[in-house]
Design a protein around this ligand. Structure first.
Ligand code: ATP
Ligand code: MG
Length: 424
């Protein structure tokens, strides 16, 4: 039996998920979030506060489930992440590509110099080029003279990663692997089809916006910005002179990200477009909804402008769709606003999509979660948590997994392992 634990350290919450794999059956048995401290705009500002909040979460998990978490996959926003391609070619020794040729090509492609202040966090397979023919996913057995491997290496600030590891260790948990939020959220929300047609995945949380772009089945680009839903709340708190907590309530209940849409499901008559808010002095004030909309719209526009600029900076043919996830994707009107802004269809990405796709790949005949117990599976703020878990399954070699699963993912697992051993 294998157990996997995930700790997703976000600006507003620390989410924890655990699962068991037994006799080719996989079940997520716990998913919960706890309050987080010590992170701001995706950066660590207080290590003590962060390790204390991780410790508290672990204590609660032990009390409620009896599970003592010793090791976990840890998901974090990247903070200054960079992605780059690396290619290397080898001669095919026996005129037919073998696994050893693939190993050599990958080893050569991953052997690149990385500045000392940065650390490789993910090494992802892109493609093989066999005698000049590109786009090949598994070249074993092909007649060829030359084999070229192409990988995508994602690096992050070493100090950021090391500080996360230190905080986890101080809280009493070992880091099995770091998973970047952009990678995790993509795993949770995208289908194979999305990856082929060209899709941008954007996880907008409380303090960070993590972007990943896929096309032709591969990850093409990643970026992270220190902006998120907390900025919208802050704008409301400052603009309306109300406490942060009240601003958060106003945002989730009444805010609409579009200046010209109706108030959706909200039961407001046209002549009652004012809401009551508790001000800093604890007295009630009446604020017109238009004022709230204007404040929220300005920040959403800024976030979408950043995303648009990032997409435009990538030399890609076209991107056909956008998937927004993370808590801020739930902001009313945001998806319609994004569609207008980016001129592509957009949707909210929820983690049950990736989980069901993985279950299908694994050949599982049972749903890998109990809907009543694990309802967070339908919430976009858990995309990176569940996505890290999918990542863990895909990149680990479980003895009791089905052969279908091994066939699809083992090759990739080996790539990761090799790359990570080299760089971390
Ligand atoms: N219904 C909603 N409408 C608007 N915003 C929402 C809603 N629900 C949650 N949010 C916002 O989502 C944010 C939290 O999202 P999430 O849990 O994905 O962040 P996080 O993982 O803690 O942070 P990060 O990944 O940025 O470090 C908060 O700013 C919260 O206000
Ligand atoms: Mg997050």
């Amino acid at each position: 039996m294998s157990e996997i634990a995930v700790i997703d350290i976000g600006t507003t919450k620390i989410a924890f998920a655990s699962a068991k794999i037994e006799n080719a059956k996989l079940k997520i048995n716990f998913l919960r979030s706890y309050s987080s401290a010590g992170l701001k705009k995706g950066k660590i500002v207080d290590m003590e506060a962060m390790s204390t909040s991780i410790k508290r979460a672990l204590q609660d998990i032990e009390t409620t489930t009896g599970l003592k978490v010793k090791k976990a996959y840890v998901c974090v926003s990247g903070n200054d992440i960079k992605g780059m391609y690396s290619n290397a070619a080898v001669r095919v020794r026996k005129k037919e590509v073998t696994e050893q040729d693939i190993d050599l090509a990958i080893e050569a492609a991953t052997a690149m110099r990385i500045p000392s202040d940065r650390q490789a966090v993910h090494i992802l397979p892109v493609e093989f080029i066999v005698d000049g023919v590109n786009g090949i996913k598994d070249p074993v057995g092909m007649k060829a003279l030359r084999l070229e491997a192409r990988v995508y290496i994602i690096t992050a600030s070493s100090s950021h990663i090391q500080n996360i590891v230190t905080c986890c260790n101080k809280a009493g948990v070992e880091v099995e692997e770091i998973v970047l939020q952009s990678i995790a959220s993509s795993e949770a929300t995208l289908t194979e089809h999305d990856r082929e047609i060209g899709t941008v995945v954007v996880d907008i949380g409380g303090g960070s916006t993590d972007i990943a772009v896929f096309q032709d089945g591969y990850l093409k680009h990643v970026a992270t910005y220190g902006i998120g839903g907390n900025h919208i709340t802050n704008d409301l708190a400052i603009g309306l002179k109300i406490p942060f907590r009240e601003a958060e309530r106003i945002k989730t209940q009444f805010a609409v990200a579009m200046p010209d849409v109706s108030f959706g499901t909200l039961k407001f008559k046209e002549n009652e477009k004012e809401i009551e808010i508790v001000g800093l002095d604890k007295h009630s004030i009446k604020i017109p909804l238009n004022v709230i909309k204007e404040i929220v719209y300005a920040r959403c526009e800024e976030i979408l402008e950043i995303i648009k600029k990032e997409i435009d900076s990538i030399p890609l043919d076209s991107i056909s769709s956008a998937v927004f996830t993370g808590g801020t994707s739930l902001l009313q009107g945001f998806i319609s606003l994004a569609e207008g802004f980016l001129s592509i269809p957009a949707r909210i990405g929820k983690p049950d999509a990736g989980l069901m796709e993985m279950a299908y790949e694994l050949g599982l005949d049972e749903t890998p979660f109990n809907e009543e117990e694990i309802e967070g599976i339908y919430h976009p703020e858990f995309s990176s948590t569940i996505g890290s878990f999918i990542y863990a399954i895909k990149t680990r070699d479980f003895n009791d997994s089905t052969s279908g699963f091994e066939r699809v993912f083992n090759r990739i697992a080996m790539w990761f392992e090799k790359g990570l051993k080299k760089f971390i």
